[in-house]
Design a protein around this ligand. Structure first.
Ligand code: MLT
Length: 264
């Protein structure tokens, strides 16, 4: 069921399906709760799944000109507080993983597990920060051209010809994101802090999902990072880019279920 609540006088939209232990899904940049459609349908057979539209995405409002990862994490906490939920696992895709880490930092008592799905605990490099500023100019110049090219780049190039329905599905969601929402997320990601220290400190399970052909986050760096996790495991997707849950749906669901059994 689609639901809403209020955070700082603005509307936050989320989807609530299933019963039992709680799994929170946080989409990536240019996504919405809808990007998780098949993951929600699968996991909600055994869990209560809460999939949230992050600020400036889907049907959730914008909160300002820059959406920091902390602002997004507080918005997530408002939803979970509104539902009176105390313990949950967060699965965050890319930007959703940066938000998950900010959540882990701000609200350390609530997590039973964290999945960084094509995500990293490191902040942007200086080069990447420059790319973000170039991206902001590109969005302002032509949002549609920018979103189409960005989504395409999230799939492994070898998968492009097989996954046309998945690409158009992700593109149609991305196109609904407002210019203001896109720019605010780019500023927020550019200025986010490194949170690698959390990986070595927390005792709950952390799963890193890593795509061999990820064009955004090089898999070698993520494999190194995964070694620093205290209670960590890796799901290495040898055929995928940055969208494993769309590129390898069955495998993704099976491994997420395995991870959730470990957390609860
Ligand atoms: C995402 O998929 O959320 C973004 O590509 C993350 C990023 O640009 O760092």
């Amino acid at each position: 069921m689609i639901k809403t609540c209020i955070h700082k006088n603005e509307t936050v939209t989320f989807y609530d399906k299933g019963k039992g232990r709680v799994v929170v899904l946080l989409h990536g940049f240019l996504g919405s709760y809808q990007i998780w459609e098949q993951t929600i349908n699968n996991l909600s057979k055994s869990y209560r799944v809460i999939a949230i539209d992050l600020p400036g995405h889907g049907d959730t409002s914008c909160f300002g000109y820059a959406h920091s990862m902390e602002l997004m994490a507080k918005c997530v906490k408002t939803v979970l507080g509104f539902l009176r939920l105390k313990k949950y696992v967060i699965i965050g895709h890319s930007m959703g993983g940066y938000v998950g880490l900010a959540f882990a930092d701000l609200f350390p008592d609530n997590l039973k597990g964290l999945c960084l799905y094509h995500s990293t605990a490191f902040s942007d490099s200086e080069e990447k920060k420059k790319d973000r500023l170039r991206a902001i100019s590109a969005v302002k110049a032509n949002k549609n051209v920018y979103t189409v090219a960005t989504i395409k780049n999230l799939f492994a190039s070898k998968n492009l010809k097989y996954l046309k329905p998945e690409i158009s599905f992700a593109t149609s969601i991305a196109k609904k994101t407002s210019k203001k929402g896109i720019v605010a997320a780019l500023f927020g990601m550019k200025d986010r802090f490194s949170r690698d220290i959390i990986l070595g400190l927390v005792t709950y399970p952390i799963l890193m999902v890593i795509g061999k052909y990820d064009n955004i986050l090089p898999c070698e760096q993520l494999l190194e990072q995964a070694k620093t996790i205290k209670n960590g495991s890796i799901l290495y997707l040898e055929h995928d880019g940055h969208f494993g849950f769309l590129e390898s749906q069955k495998k993704s669901n099976k491994e997420l279920r395995k991870f959730l059994r470990k957390c609860f």
